[in-house]
Design a protein around this ligand. Structure first.
Ligand code: FAD
Length: 380
């Protein structure tokens, strides 16, 4: 599926689809870890921590990736002779050639699935899933909780397992009669995490919570509040959050309202003997109750005043510089110098995640695997 490019010259014609630049910017900004995964899986090359990998070009039959030592600026339209020594190129072949019926997105997701499987990691699954609403109520001032009946094979213990829900689908239509491809481009989709999953003792049914942050008149929040008991919710993709690195070492978790469900689930199931430090930002101070009221795992419950000492709250206001506030909250918590952060998991807005990913990776000298800073929402 891959071949190593010894030189830049190629007779391939770059793809000219309009969405290509947006795709490249998005992947290069937010998914470099996945590109490193492709190089490892398809070119049998494990990139060192100092190497950054980007999509340099997209062709109808694959991606041209360039890996270089971080901070080496690669100029646009560069020629082979101008490439710094540190640049390696890899051509990663798609399963199918992109045309009017095969999309770039589908081929990228396919690469992700094949690479993850090859390396024994969990990956996105493109599959329809149906959930039935049982109840709905506010779990904290702005977090609206849907209690749902979930498919029987829903993972019970994977914190951060999320689904891409269709939030404007005609929920009254039965799924057998729904034509999946019809109006696909008009479907509004939003990711939501399964906050908690359990098997109901009486009915044996798998049930769960989907917690949605309500922030004004938005499609996701409106969808969650509008559905009724009995409504069927449709998801088109499963997304397993990357949390395996948190099993050992001193961890730092960073969340806002959208990622509190994942952090709550992590803390309820925490087995790592070292307690994590949690930085939580909310727009409403009262929202902290969402994390303060959870039942901690036995490991954390045995630690004196974990919630008081290790959950650090930042009240977000329009005048605050969030990345700065987060870094100074971390510095204050680590003041006595006895704690060394070894792993990070966080999920925030695109702008803040981009700044923090770089800053914290350098600050704590973290490897690509140990620094997971995801984008959960973006300003439009
Ligand atoms: C893997 C994954 C799991 C997620 N899990 C959850 C979850 O469990 N619960 C949850 O609530 N969200 C979760 N999110 C985030 C959720 O998918 C997005 O916040 C979603 O875009 C919200 O949609 P919306 O329709 O409310 O607002 P959008 O239509 O995305 O945005 C409308 C407006 O609101 C602004 N906006 C969007 N989000 C926020 C915000 N958080 N704070 C302030 N302004 C905002 C935008 O800038 C825009 O102006 C998850 C995201 C991912 C990628």
């Amino acid at each position: 599926m891959s071949q190593v490019f010894d030189q830049y010259h190629t007779d391939k014609v770059p793809l000219s689809v309009a969405a290509k630049i947006k795709f490249m910017n998005h992947v290069n900004d937010e998914h470099q870890d996945e590109l490193a995964l492709f190089v490892e899986a398809f070119a049998d090359t494990k990139l060192s921590n100092e190497m950054a990998v980007v999509v340099a070009e997209v062709y109808s039959d694959g991606l041209l990736l360039e890996a270089s030592v971080q901070n080496v600026e690669i100029l646009p339209n560069h020629k082979a002779e101008a490439l710094p020594d540190a640049v390696s190129q890899f051509f990663i072949e798609f399963e199918n050639v992109i045309d009017e019926t095969i999309t770039l997105k589908s081929q990228y997701i396919n690469l992700l699935q094949v690479a993850s499987k090859k390396l024994g990691k969990q990956a996105i699954k493109q599959q329809e899933r149906y959930f039935t609403v049982i109840d709905g109520y506010y779990a904290s001032p702005n977090m609206f909780r849907l209690v749902v009946a979930a498919p029987v094979d829903t993972p019970l213990n994977h914190a951060g397992y999320a689904y891409l829900f269709e939030v404007n689908a005609d929920v009254s239509v039965s799924h057998e009669s729904t034509n999946a491809s019809a109006n696909a481009s008009e479907k509004l989709q939003r990711y939501y995490t399964l906050r908690k999953v359990w098997q109901d003792a009486e009915t044996q049914q798998i049930q769960g919570w989907v917690d949605t942050y309500i922030h004004g008149d938005t499609p996701g929040g409106n969808w969650a509040r509008a559905v009724q008991a009995g409504t069927q919710l449709k998801s088109v993709r499963d997304y397993p959050e990357k949390i395996a690195h948190l099993n050992e070492g001193q961890c730092l978790l960073i969340c806002d309202e959208t990622s509190m469900p994942t952090v709550a689930n992590l803390l309820e199931n925490w087995q790592n003997p070292i307690a994590p430090i949690v930085i939580v930002m909310t727009n409403d101070g009262a929202e902290l109750s969402y994390l303060q009221e959870i039942e901690l795992s036995q490991t954390l419950a045995e630690i004196n005043s974990f919630k008081q000492d290790n959950i650090v709250h930042i009240l977000n206001t329009p005048s605050i510089d969030l990345p700065d506030a987060i870094v100074s909250a971390i510095d204050t918590r680590l003041e006595d110098g006895s704690i060394l952060i070894e792993k990070v998991w966080g999920a925030l807005s695109a702008a803040d995640a981009k700044i923090l990913r770089r800053q914290l990776k350098t600050k704590f000298d973290l490897s690509r695997q140990d620094m997971v800073m995801k984008v959960y929402w973006r300003t439009s």
